[in-house]
Design a binder for this molecule. Structure first.
Ligand code: NAP
Length: 494
């Protein structure tokens, strides 16, 4: 294990006490307060992280603000080279980061490894793609009443200091997907990792530091969202906020950062709509993988299935059959576990159990699962669910799929469009024309035809509408979102 590389991050206690990165050094923090991180795998304490003080935040932000113009003026080819180095270091430490992620957030070895590799590939892709971003000129004489007397030179400028906030479920990938485009476009960055996932975040921060970023271009502070979040997002020296997390947090943050450019990816509650002509084997497989991978803790996970009763009668037995081979709940470190490890904490599992129990008391039926032990929830299928039951009306970030019986396809779009969420949906039909047509009726960011919802490939546009997000991501779109247009108008002497 390359401990020397990550050595400045922590003391030598067991479990270790971590430092945070203030832009130039790794420090303990002056508040004296720390947050312990408990593994959902076995309830062991993995380490503790400082709760950064407001004075420390002020000092870091002042330095990030002061360093920003010089960073933006640094030749792009140098920024690109640094980001390729970041990608190389991420790849180099893949095994170490994978083991850490499995323990800290309970992701399976395969899924954690693929998150790390994907992060390196994404970083390389960003560094290549940024070179295709360029300005343009616009002549004045197109508009009635104007001659060629003016020309607008339109370029891209950095926002300034970007606050990047990542969620627990992809603590490396959804950190890099913000930090890398922000830095490439000339912003300086303050990164706040999730508390559960902070160790992954701090290790990633070390990689940015070691790649050779100049001092005070990038810093990483820790502390709970409820402890330091409000102070960070409303800070006058933060020029823009890039956030991934729940819709409730997103709505709260948006209210505290008025007039700042926001790039948000928030909660999803994604439906699968099954037409009578669908390939049932394919549909069942996509529903099982889409609903249960990483224990359903993906913003793009399938949460409910909409179909008429005769289709559900045909589909459900195929889903249950597929689950026998595709799903096995257990320790995420074990190769025997398939798709379903623990949810992020026992507390969260208890909350979701309450939602299941309430839905059952209101008429939903447990087809399989429906129980939990500590943070391990049994993969659960419910039928006879109504859209206003808590398992569907809220975002249940766990391995639960609800079947809702509809009378016709118009009802399916009405149910989806009435929710507060609008991330993705998927439609299963052998007729692609039907899929395309139906997709138009859905008020969501993306619709998948004959595939479960997903974010990738990462250069596709990715967005949520309603309370599922603000702005568009995907490599080129993210680079644009991390900058703004700047126009200089030359008035030519006549
Ligand atoms: P969360 O509880 O909303 O937290 C997300 C991040 O926000 C964490 O870093 C958290 O810090 C921080 N935070 C909490 N309160 C804050 C505040 N008042 N001000 C500033 N920051 C604050 O979400 P989560 O449980 O980590 O992640 C799961 C959620 O993320 C789900 O809803 C999921 O759908 C969503 N998600 C969406 C996408 C997408 O692409 N649309 C992708 C992944 C996840 P602490 O951890 O320290 O509290």
């Amino acid at each position: 294990m390359p401990n020397d590389f990550f050595q400045p991050l922590s003391d030598t206690q067991t479990p270790p006490g971590y430092n945070y990165f203030n832009g130039s050094s790794w420090v303990v923090g002056s508040s004296g307060k720390t947050n312990a991180i408990t593994s959902p795998v076995d309830n062991s304490v993995v380490g503790s992280v400082p709760v950064v003080s407001t004075a420390e935040i002020d000092s870091i932000l002042k330095k990030l603000k002061a360093a920003q113009p010089a960073w933006e003026a640094t030749p792009l080819n140098q920024r690109v080279k640094l980001m390729h180095l970041v990608a190389d270091w991420v790849k180099h430490h893949e095994e170490y980061l994978t083991a850490l992620m499995v323990r800290e957030i309970g992701k399976s070895v395969g899924e954690a490894k693929s998150e790390i590799i994907r992060t390196a590939e994404l970083t390389d892709y960003f560094a290549d793609e940024v070179q295709s971003i360029h300005g343009e000129t616009v002549d004045s004489d197109n508009f009635p009443g104007y001659d060629k007397g003016r020309i607008a030179i339109i370029d891209r400028a950095a926002h300034g200091v970007v606050l990047c906030i990542a969620p627990f479920n992809y603590p490396v990938n959804l950190a890099a997907s913000k930090i890398v485009p922000a830095l490439l476009m000339g912003n300086t960055v303050l990164f706040k990792p999730p508390t559960q996932g902070a160790l992954c975040g701090l290790h990633l921060a070390r990689i940015f530091e070691k790649a050779g970023l100049p001092p005070d271009v990038f810093a990483c502070v820790t502390g709970g969202g409820s402890q330091v979040g409000d102070y960070l997002v409303s800070h006058p020296l933060v020029d823009s906020v890039a956030f991934t997390g729940s819709s409730d947090t997103g709505v709260a943050i948006a209210g505290r950062a008025p007039m700042k450019p926001l790039l948000f990816e928030c909660g999803g509650n994604n439906a699968a709509i099954v037409f009578p002509d669908a390939d049932m084997a394919l549909t069942a497989k996509e529903i099982v993988k889409g609903g249960f991978s990483y224990a359903g803790q993906r913003c793009t996970a399938i949460k409910y299935v909409l179909a008429t009763q005769n289709i559900i009668d045909t589909l459900l037995p195929v889903v249950l059959e597929q689950m026998k081979t595709l799903v096995k709940v257990g320790d995420p470190r074990s190769p025997e576990t398939k798709l379903v490890g623990p949810v992020i904490s026992t507390e969260v599992a208890k909350t979701y159990q309450g939602w299941i129990d309430e839905s059952v008391s209101r008429g939903a039926k447990v087809v399989c699962g429906g129980t939990h032990e500590n943070a391990y929830m049994q993969p659960t299928i419910l039928s006879g669910v109504a859209p206003d039951m808590p398992v569907v009306a809220r975002e249940l970030f766990g391995p639960v799929i609800s079947f809702i019986t509809i009378t016709g396809m118009g009802e399916a779009s009405a149910i989806i469009n009435a929710t507060r969420f609008g991330l993705q949906a998927c439609v299963f039909t052998r007729d692609e024309g039907t899929g395309l047509q139906f997709a138009k009726s859905l008020n969501v960011g993306s619709v998948q035809v004959n595939g479960s919802p997903q974010r990738g490939p990462d250069h596709f546009p990715f967005l949520g509408v309603k309370q599922s997000g603000i702005g568009v991501q995907g490599v080129h779109y993210s680079l644009e979102a991390m900058s703004r247009l700047k126009s200089v108008v030359l008035n030519k002497p006549q």
